[in-house]
Ligand binder design. Structure first.
Ligand SMILES: [Zn+2]
Length: 721
């Protein structure tokens, strides 16, 4: 069997690996049915197919895939609707072997994920030119953070990565209380600056010089980026007219579409779209969370206008004070963009966020980007799509329109079972039609095929508890926005309770044995649910900034399921137990692995060194009892008093211990697409709270945040059988 025959679960997976055969049985299981799909995930060597005729079912439009049946040289049977279809003449002819085969020599039949270069009928009008437009806050506040220096350097360094095609276009706009545009047409020797102070009457002063071909205008673009920080270094304007600037940016990009990268450091407070603070710092630890939804429709309208013209808004928030992310985040949500957040960013005084910003930009400018994309999901008869989760504009129940799409964006689709499944298996297929940044129209196709069972026990035995948890996290975000965080928490608890009730009801009292029975493949579900209840979006009674909460709510809607699980249930390693017993061999290097610990302080030894990795950050914990040998050989200091908390980089010291630790950390970084800074936590300093609050199994602070044992007892008291 080909390695690619089964779809990588990180690309596409279902909450249930065995489906019940009837709606009644699904109802009995009380588990959610959905697929997660990360359609553009970086897959090494994804097969690319170039054909004259793209083979699809004539009835249900499914793309051919490894799960169809090739009947003979002329026909194939669809695995979704069972229709017999014609095969193109050359499909089953293997040129290498000079013989007709069952089609298994073809990439479409050999890999659950493949990409087709689209034929002309998949191209409507002209192809989308890759367009990158920068919308930059240059208010006093913004300049003071120093972000502009870092950003401009990063763009200059990554220019070659942006030049994926001769057609790539770029443009820059800056704003504080007025808007500034830059004519960088190659016929000029220096950029020309247009200052537009009249926000009521903004206009496009130079139609052909604001969005220019990167290849021909590269020197002016670089000149502009090089000088932008010094041009604005003395800005004293404290206001921010993001709203009017956005509308003008949209006007400039509407004819071409493209990606607008917005860098914003404060709440917009000048002109249309102005916002006021809606956060009461005294209520951050309250049991009622207000103002999670947008204060005005202004930004949603801009986003939807953008979406209809294939303009995506990516928002980089670098605010120290409240900036109303609840209102601004709709820009990326409805246009298919991304939201990035660097709270308290400062180039020099906040090394953690500063390094995160640099690393994020590094990936942002070098990663694959798709433009003018649509994501369509199809499934076997009897199943129907119910709801999309993820950034984009839902055009119809099975079609999501995405102005831009990146490898890191993930989507989930809830599925309804309307009729009994007659077949012994079901197929679900996600197809992403997009224009690459190399100016090619392509379709990336992912297919999964799952068995169907008449037994509830099979459904439980093959439930994917991580995928279920990530799905209910996305549903709980909707519940928080449409109802309240308290309601979302109740719904989350009910997910664990429903699964336990459904399982327990089908056991005899003898089988239950007075315990709280839990199916093996759902045994971590209560722990993950507790992780969600204690996570920033859904926690109550713990001081949480509104923007922090809104950012994580947004992340839960767009993060891949694996990332959500790591965030709510971090990996916890005793670094002092790094040994080669379970070592991995990667690129001729031995990567020693420490064991994984339960997330409880009860598992810690004060002499030990611990690493807690939640996918966003790696917390390195040290106490004053740590051995001097470790301090000397790994941390590079002589005594605990010399250890500095905060961003930490392991020094290259010439000993095995140091090398093993560095190799392990590098290995962890290599397993993710987003950078996680190492943050050193000293147990004698107040920021240790950041570490201890992630120890999920322990009780934290108050009654709303139970320990794991207490939560299990709580569930046990609520089961109904
Ligand atoms: Zn079909």
């Amino acid at each position: 069997m080909s390695d690619n025959l089964v779809c990588d679960p990180e690309v596409m997976c279902c909450t249930l690996n065995v489906l019940p055969n009837t709606p009644a049985l699904l109802q009995k299981a009380r588990l959610p049915l959905a697929v997660h799909v990360q359609p553009l995930k970086d897959i090494p060597n994804v097969p690319v197919v170039k054909v004259d005729t793209i083979v699809r079912c004539r009835l249900c439009r499914m793309y051919i895939n490894p799960y169809v049946v090739i009947i003979d040289r002329h026909r194939w049977k669809c695995c979704m609707c069972s229709r017999f279809n014609d095969l193109p003449e050359d499909f089953s002819y293997d040129v290498k072997r000079k013989a007709y085969t069952n089609g298994r020599h073809r990439n479409e039949m050999n890999s659950s994920s493949y990409e087709v270069i689209a034929s002309p009928e998949y191209i409507v009008g002209n192809l989308a030119v890759p367009v990158y437009f920068f919308l930059l806050d240059v208010s006093y506040n913004a300049i003071e953070t120093g972000y502009l220096i870092s950003l401009c350097q990063s763009v200059i360094e990554k220019l070659e990565s942006l030049k994926t095609h001769d057609n790539v276009m770029v443009g820059v706009m800056t704003f504080h209380t007025s808007v500034h545009l830059y004519n960088i047409h190659h016929r000029y020797t220096k950029p020309i600056v247009y200052k537009l102070p009249d926000l009521e009457n903004l206009f496009i002063p130079a139609p052909d010089g604001l969005l220019v071909n990167l290849k021909t205008s590269q020197s002016l673009f670089v000149d502009l980026l090089t000088n932008l920080p010094s041009m604005h270094k003395d800005n004293k304007e404290i206001g921010s007219c993001l709203g009017p600037a956005l509308k003008l940016a949209y006007e400039i990009l509407a004819p071409t579409g493209g990606r607008v990268s917005i860098f914003q450091t404060k709440i917009p407070d000048v002109g249309e779209g102005s916002l006021k603070s809606r956060e009461d710092p005294n209520k951050r630890a309250g049991e009622v969370v207000q103002n999670l939804t947008a204060a005005t429709d202004f930004y949603k309208k801009v986003a939807l206008d953008g979406s209809s013209s294939h303009v995506a808004f990516d928002l980089f928030m670098l605010n120290t004070q409240y900036a109303d992310l609840a209102t601004l985040s709709v820009l990326s949500r409805y246009s298919g963009g991304c939201l990035f957040y660097f709270p308290n960013y400062h180039l020099t005084s906040n090394p953690v966020e500063s390094s995160r910003f640099d690393e994020t930009l590094d990936r942002y400018f070098s990663t694959n980007v798709g433009f003018e994309a649509v994501l369509r999901v199809r499934c076997t008869q009897g199943l129907s799509l119910q709801l999309f989760h993820g950034n984009g504009f839902v055009r119809s129940v099975d079609l999501l329109s995405l102005s831009s799409v990146t490898p890191d964006l993930s989507y989930a689709v809830q599925i309804q079972m309307e009729d009994s499944i007659e077949d012994t298996k079901v197929c679900i297929q996600a197809a992403l039609l997009y224009t690459t940044n190399r100016f090619e129209r392509r379709i990336r196709v992912h297919t999964i095929c799952l068995p169907v069972s008449t037994y509830l026990s099979d459904v439980f035995a093959h439930a994917n508890q991580m995928a279920i948890t990530a799905l209910v996290a996305k549903m709980a975000v909707d519940r928080s926005l449409n109802s309240s965080v308290a309601d979302a928490r109740e719904a989350l608890t009910n997910v664990a309770l429903d699964a336990l009730n459904a399982y327990g009801e089908n056991l005899s009292s003898g089988q239950r044995g007075g315990q709280l029975p839990c199916p093996f493949f759902l045994r971590a579900l209560p722990l993950y649910i507790l992780g969600l209840l204690k996570s920033i979006p859904f926690r109550l009674g713990v001081s949480t900034k509104l923007d922090d909460r809104v950012f994580m709510l947004d992340q839960f809607k767009t993060l891949p399921w694996t990332h959500i699980i790591k965030y709510i249930h971090p990996n916890f390693y005793p670094l002092h137990k790094l040994n080669d017993r379970n070592a991995l061999y990667v690129d001729d290097r031995v990567i020693c692995q420490p064991p994984l610990l339960p997330l409880s302080a009860g598992c810690m030894d004060r002499l030990g060194i611990y690493l807690l990795d939640d996918g966003f950050n790696m917390y390195l914990w040290l106490s004053s009892s740590v051995s001097r040998a470790f301090l000397r050989d790994v941390i590079g200091v002589q005594k605990f008093g010399d250890v500095l908390s905060g961003l930490f980089e392991f020094p290259h010291l010439d000993n095995v211990w140091s090398e093993n630790v560095r190799n392990f950390i590098e290995y962890l970084q290599s397993t993710r697409s987003t950078y996680s800074p190492v943050i050193l936590i000293r147990d004698d300093q107040t920021d240790r709270v950041m570490f201890y609050e992630r120890l999920l199994e322990d009780r934290t602070s108050d009654v709303l945040n139970m320990s794991y044992i207490e939560f299990i007892r709580h569930l046990h008291s609520l089961v109904t059988y």
